[in-house]
Ligand binder design. Structure first.
Ligand code: ATP
Ligand code: MN
Ligand code: MN
Length: 301
């Protein structure tokens, strides 16, 4: 019964058995990456990506014609989806359209078969829909912001999270910015997670107004970094660690060691083309201690 999956079960390497139609279809024309190459990438990365995409609602960016064609952001199950994809009933909206879930590698390959080029999970698992099990601080540089400033922002977010007793992990977004992610023991509710992340974003904007903003207003973002805390509300999503992006170069949202953050690794530098080699040379996943580092969100001080 997929609704009862234990999300702490470590993912073992698996073989993919879902058959792809048109495996030769090119999804990233600029690099020639095909549907089959995408499936092979996900099969190889499975042990690392599994904890972030199984047993939780997913939004998908589907691109049947590849990154240059029409893209649609899909939050609900659809007719004709593979049987390896699991409908999830949101307990708060029981009569609504079911959400999208997977519980194994075949589910992930079924997403590939459906031309999913980006996977955006909720920050909560189906074991506890109301208790977010991570906070994502999404750092969005406005025009004219140097990469070094985005890195400085990520380090400041880390310091603030650690000062609150939380762990902090960093990943590239595969787009323009960085995400700092904090694993939570799912004790607090969405309201508390949003309030916590909002108050951190607002404190940063208050303390250093020439560098940070906490509101979406476009005009204020030029030359500043938006500390986007709105990933932390019920139903919101952020791209999964190790998900590809439907952008030129086939970038991957990639977990980094904090020590790696520097000018050499840009936000979209790690890609489907170079990531497996990087992983082969690593002693361990930069996010290896992620789930073990979970603590409850601190009560408001
Ligand atoms: P970047 O580094 O370029 O900012 P990002 O993934 O952080 O990359 P954002 O625009 O900051 O991109 O984040 C927007 C988030 O909102 C995405 O991560 C995704 O989960 C969600 N999102 C993206 N597209 C849609 C959409 N069409 N509808 C609703 N939510 C979306
Ligand atoms: Mn972002
Ligand atoms: Mn954002």
């Amino acid at each position: 019964e997929p609704q009862q999956i234990m999300r702490e079960t470590p993912a073992a390497p698996q073989r993919r058995t879902v058959k792809l139609t048109h495996p030769e279809r090119v999804y990233w024309p600029d690099t020639g990456i095909t549907k089959e190459a995408l499936a092979d990438y996900y099969a190889a990365i499975w042990p690392r990506i599994a904890p972030f995409i199984t047993g939780r609602p997913l939004a998908l960016l589907r691109c049947p014609e590849g990154i240059t064609g029409q893209k649609f952001f899909q939050k609900h199950v659809w007719k004709g989806m593979g049987p390896q994809i699991t409908p999830l009933t949101d307990p708060k909206h029981k009569s609504g359209e079911p959400l999208i879930g997977i519980h194994d590698l075949d589910g992930l390959i079924a997403l590939v078969q459906a031309a999913t080029l980006e996977i955006h999970p909720w920050g909560a698992s189906i074991a506890d829909w109301e208790g977010p099990d991570m906070i994502v601080m999404d750092l969005d540089p406005g025009e004219g912001v140097a990469w070094s400033e985005v890195i400085a922002a990520a380090r400041e977010v880390r310091e603030r999270l650690e000062a609150a007793g939380l762990a902090a992990f960093v990943k590239t977004s595969g787009g323009k910015g960085l995400h700092v992610v904090s694993p939570l023991a799912p004790k607090a509710d969405w309201r508390a997670a949003k309030a916590f992340s909002k108050s951190m974003a607002e404190a940063m904007a208050r303390d250093t107004p020439d560098r940070y903003v906490a509101t979406i207003t476009k005009s204020k973002r030029r030359g500043r970094i938006l500390i986007d805390y709105l990933r932390n509300q019920r139903g919101a999503t952020a791209v999964a660690a190790y998900s590809t992006r439907a952008r030129e170069g086939a970038p991957v949202a990639t977990p980094l060691e904090w020590e790696e953050l520097g000018p050499e690794i840009g936000p979209a530098h790690l890609t489907l083309a170079n990531l497996l080699q990087r992983i082969a040379s690593q002693e361990r996943d930069p996010w290896h201690g992620f789930r073990a580092a979970s603590v409850p969100l601190p009560a408001k001080s």
